[in-house]
Design a protein around this ligand. Structure first.
Ligand SMILES: Cc1cc2nc3c(=O)[nH]c(=O)nc-3n(C[C@H](O)[C@H](O)[C@H](O)COP(=O)(O)O)c2cc1C
Length: 375
């Protein structure tokens, strides 16, 4: 297959990895085994972050139903909530899948996503086994907001900067120079703090954001929250269109705070415009998870065509030339007020004494204003 997605014109090089295009499947159902990962690559995605794995003796038991949707009054899906856990497959099966996928798609980037409890040897074992099985790099799941935090994993670690730094350091030590990204939780007051901790621990970049803790709705007949499992529910992770503005803000904050630190932007990407916005805010790759779940892997065709057209329209030589280009236009509100006052003053100055202005106010007073003072 040769298309704009694979002919090199959208290629990005991040932490030494060459992605044929910046579009990456985010960790979740669209990356849950070799079959779906291969479908993603066949559709043209440049990279895949596999569904998060842990060592086999970690119990993972999912419930059903585990998803919920928020639709707009016109019926479009705008938000999605899940209470899904990480992969429930034995890690040994993942090792087989990683090898199979990497052998079949050597030009694509395969990223292993890992999560473990607070135990150095477990993190290091998981990291080195993923890389030995064919993963190009690692993403550390410090951000799953439901289920796992109850046992000190996922977002429970991501909300603790000291732990983020320490665990990142363990993995970087085991990764032998292969790139390591830390996936950030948005369920924190200031996302820059754990990102700084990840960098201090030796990470090469961050992925942002994981899902936002939420409840998608309540059944007004039964008074039960949804998704309802045996009459009960739990707070889950919110994604898709509705989260994009929050994700863009967080990516912008991260990019401004640590220039040069790689960011894989994620949250609500459904079309080329969304993906380009993440690039303009400083991301060098853009992930989508709920997008392919609801729209299919083929959505990447529109992402590629849209990005190609955008680069041509702005005469950007490549994708790198667009990264972070909107960041200089963010400032403080105080500065906006100053800018507006300065513009108003300049306009008044330019209009002062022009013949076109005569008669707009009190004509006699206007004439009087132009009489020279006697003293
Ligand atoms: C059903 C579902 C399962 C997910 N599982 C994982 C996971 O195992 N590991 C992870 O890091 N993120 C997981 N995520 C989070 C996504 O990778 C992503 O960060 C988030 O959904 C926001 O992006 P989106 O709006 O493109 O989906 C999951 C998301 C969904 C919807």
């Amino acid at each position: 297959m040769s298309s704009i997605l694979t002919d090199g014109s959208l290629a990005v090089v991040v932490n030494g990895m060459t992605f044929p295009n910046p579009f990456v499947i985010g960790s979740g159902p669209p990356s849950t085994n070799a079959t779906v990962i291969s479908k993603a690559f066949a559709a043209g995605w440049g990279g895949v972050v596999a569904k998060t794995t842990s060592l086999t003796d970690n119990p993972v038991v999912n419930v059903q139903p585990r998803y919920g949707k928020l639709n707009s009054p016109s019926g479009d899906s705008i938000g999605f909530q899940n209470i899904e856990l990480i992969s429930d497959r034995p890690f040994e099966d993942w090792e087989v899948d990683f090898r199979k996928v990497k052998d079949a798609w050597p030009d694509r980037i395969l990223i292993g996503s890992i999560m473990e409890c607070y135990d150095k040897s477990r993190w290091q074992e998981l990291a080195s086994r993923c890389l030995a099985a064919g993963c190009d790099s690692l993403e550390l799941n410090f951000s799953c907001p439901h289920g796992h935090p109850e046992s000190g994993m996922g977002a429970a670690m991501g909300q603790n900067p000291a732990m983020v730094e320490e665990v990142t350091r363990w993995v970087v030590e085991a990764a032998g120079g292969r790139p390591v990204w830390a996936k950030m939780t948005p369920n924190i007051t200031d996302i820059r703090i754990p990102a700084r901790a990840a960098k201090a621990g030796g990470a090469d970049g961050v992925a942002a954001i994981n899902t936002i803790l939420s409840t998608i709705g309540i059944n007004l007949k039964t008074l039960r929250p949804t998704p309802t499992v045996e009459g009960h529910s739990t707070y889950g992770g919110y994604s898709y269109r509705a989260v994009k503005p929050i994700a863009l803000r967080m990516v912008g904050e991260l990019a401004t705070d640590q220039p040069g630190f790689a960011i894989s932007g994620i949250g609500g990407v459904t079309c080329a415009v969304d993906a380009i916005e993440f690039l303009l805010m400083g991301a060098s790759t853009v992930q989508s998870c709920t997008g392919p779940m609801l729209q299919g892997f083929e959505m990447v065709t529109e992402l590629g065509e849209g990005l190609g057209a955008f680069l041509a329209q702005h005469s950007f030589a490549d994708v790198h030339a667009a990264i972070g280009k909107s960041l200089p236009y963010f400032t403080t509100h105080h500065h906006l007020v100053e800018l507006q006052a300065a513009k108003k003053a300049a306009k008044a100055e330019a209009l002062a004494n022009r013949d076109t202005e005569w008669g707009k106010k009190d004509f006699v007073a206007e004439a009087g204003n132009l009489v020279s003072s006697k003293d």
